[in-house]
Ligand binder design. Structure first.
Ligand code: SAH
Length: 586
């Protein structure tokens, strides 16, 4: 069966300028053939399952390369695959889209074209330059500044005709021939003070512009060190640039930020940073992998002080869940069942909630958890619980493991000494709904349910979690803590974006970390190839961290660090804004 090819425009860089249709097609791709002009933000959207073919062209070798690209598209389609040919801007505007379709058409391969937002219009727009304006011009012309060697098409640009048109002139691929373009226009009679601009890496964090006149532009651009890719605009509309400029006024304009959260959590942080004008590279440094209940050989966390001893984490997971099952299928919760279930279930991450609940709900119902009270380390974890219809009974005042342990221990001690008195409502749940929860579950505070036995606390979380949590909880005295590893954190790296290279070239302004494990994952990403596995000097990396543990890990890795006021996404984004401010006292 024949496959199909989609010729897709990726837009000029900013991923918000990638079309909805382009995204849909890309998400279904089996093979993605891309080149150098596709922005990192769009590349990060390529599905992990797709095979990647980088055909980034090297100058001087174009014809050969183009032939090879055409053949690659044909071969992949003949192999029956869904092929996306991803190109910068619009695929038909100086993108050789037409050439790439020829071979496919000849061979009867089905294809579609998904137009893209072209740099010719988007880059001026991001620099405050409207390409037409009724007061100045009534036409716009797009010209290639690149001249094809040894070809009949290498006609001279008809500068006279362009000058006569009086329209806005937009040159693509023209940076290296800027002096000859300017000379050609002047010779053809253009006024020497005609406004002109060169716009480098438009719509990305690297966006820069030089506005001058056609007589001075080449010199000014050279002085500023402008390089490709850049769009050259010639015409009166360029005089509006400084007045209408807007992109650089956004709080995080010009900043490229690496976000390293696990993939399932990444979007919210990234979206907020983008809204403030940043270019955001989403490269998960870790992934969470559930510990399979039937996998043997996995060991516990080492912090599992009393309950499990040498038992493996995986069999412990089964036993715990079985404990729930027995309880849930019993008639009325009595002494026997009560002995099995935890008094407190403590969650320390949204991933922990998701993995625990998915395992639990495979055989059970959320109401079967009603015998236990539930604590969440912070807002994100509490939100993850709400998605399963559960409101956390307890959330600490500061979102970290140590505070969670200390404050929950205090609460347990308090309830023990208060005996039968009414308990205080925990944060994250009001008194009325707490009473309702009480009625539903037929249980009251810890003191009533325990009846003299130790308070049972179950912490389903990552292997090798923060030991402070357990240490602080033990301060409550007479507690039985089960620190249960239900998932592992694995390091990972992007198959398509060379994060290490970007960091070492100083392209990344900030790296955002939401856990100590993302910091360690990032360090693993920064290791060299196998023959040189050293972690490079990271003192140039500016790390914005969600909390103390995370900051400590980044400090230990030698990075320059900032910390959110509270461990919440809003505060994290705020910390990035503070870190960007040159006046900032840090
Ligand atoms: N098909 C593309 C153009 C390909 S030709 C489009 O529609 O945008 C390549 C030229 O496009 C570059 O030499 C440069 O002139 C321009 N270009 C592409 N992306 C750009 C960007 N982000 N900033 C400035 N110029 C860009």
């Amino acid at each position: 069966m024949k496959g199909k090819v989609w010729l897709v425009g990726a837009g000029p860089g900013d991923r918000g300028l990638f079309t909805l249709k382009g995204l849909e097609v890309l998400q279904n791709a089996e093979v993605v053939v891309y080149d150098a002009l596709v922005g990192d933000e769009v590349l990060a959207l390529v599905p992990e399952s797709a095979d990647l073919i980088n055909v980034g062209k090297r100058a001087g070798n174009h014809l050969m390369e183009q032939d090879r690209i055409n053949r690659t598209l044909l071969e992949q389609a003949l192999a029956g695959r869904r092929v996306v040919r991803l190109k910068g801007g619009d695929p038909f505007l100086f993108g050789r889209g037409g050439e790439e379709l020829e071979l496919l058409a000849e061979n009867g391969i089905p294809y579609e074209v998904v137009p893209g937002v072209t740099s010719a219009f988007a880059v001026p727009a991001y620099n405050g330059i409207p390409v037409t304006h009724r007061d100045f011009t009534s036409s716009v012309h797009i010209i290639t500044g690149h001249r094809r060697k040894n070809s009949e098409n290498s006609k001279r640009i008809d500068y006279e005709a362009l000058v006569r048109s009086g329209g806005t002139l937009i040159f693509l691929m023209g940076v290296s021939s800027l002096p000859s373009i300017a000379a050609g226009l002047l010779e053809a009679g253009m006024e020497p003070d005609m406004p002109a601009a060169v716009l480098e890496r438009g719509t990305t964090s690297g966006q820069r512009r030089v506005v001058a006149t056609i007589s001075t532009l080449a010199e000014e651009a050279a002085r500023a060190g402008i390089g490709a890719p850049a769009v050259i605009v010639v015409g009166r509309v360029c005089a509006l640039a400084d007045r209408f400029a807007w992109a650089e006024n956004r709080p995080l304009a010009g900043k490229k930020i690496l976000v390293t959260r696990p993939k399932e959590l990444i979007s919210e942080t990234a979206a907020r940073l983008r809204r403030l004008g940043a270019e955001v590279l989403e490269c998960p440094a870790i992934e969470t992998v559930p510990i399979e209940p039937d996998t043997s050989g996995l060991t516990g966390t080492g912090q599992d002080t009393r309950a499990f001893g040498a038992e493996t984490a995986s069999s412990a997971a089964v036993n715990i869940l079985e404990g729930y099952f027995e309880h849930a299928s019993g008639p009325v919760p009595g002494q026997k069942e009560a002995a099995k279930r935890p008094d407190w279930l403590v969650f320390t991450s949204p991933a922990g909630v998701r993995i625990f609940m998915e395992a639990f709900l495979e055989h059970r119902d959320v109401r079967d958890l009603c015998g236990s009270r539930i604590a969440a380390i912070g807002g994100g974890t509490a939100k993850a619980l709400r998605q399963y219809g559960i409101r956390a009974d307890f959330v600490p005042s500061v979102y970290d493991g140590e505070t969670l342990g200390r404050e929950l221990a205090q609460k347990i001690r308090q309830e023990r000494t208060q005996g039968g008195q009414a308990e205080k409502p925990g944060q994250g749940i009001d008194a009325a709904s707490k009473q309702a929860a009480h009625d539903r579950s037929g249980r009251a505070g810890t003191h009533e349910i325990c009846g003299g036995r130790p308070v049972r606390i179950l912490i389903p979380r990552a292997a090798a979690g923060n030991p402070d949590l357990v240490r602080e909880l033990e301060q409550a005295g007479d507690v039985e803590i089960r620190d249960l590893a239900i998932y592992e954190t694995k390091y990972r790296t992007s198959g398509i974006i060379d994060v290490r290279d970007e960091v070492l070239r100083g392209e990344i302004d900030f790296a955002v970390f939401t856990s100590a494990s993302t910091v360690r994952g990032f360090c693993a990403m920064m290791k060299g190839a196998e023959n040189d596995p050293a972690v490079p000097d990271l003192s140039g990396v500016r790390a914005v961290c969600i909390g103390r543990q995370t900051k400590a890990a980044a400090d230990a890795a030698g990075m320059r660090t900032w910390m959110a006021r509270r461990a919440a996404i809003d505060d994290l984004v705020d910390a990035v804004v503070r870190a960007c401010d040159p006046e900032n006292p840090f």
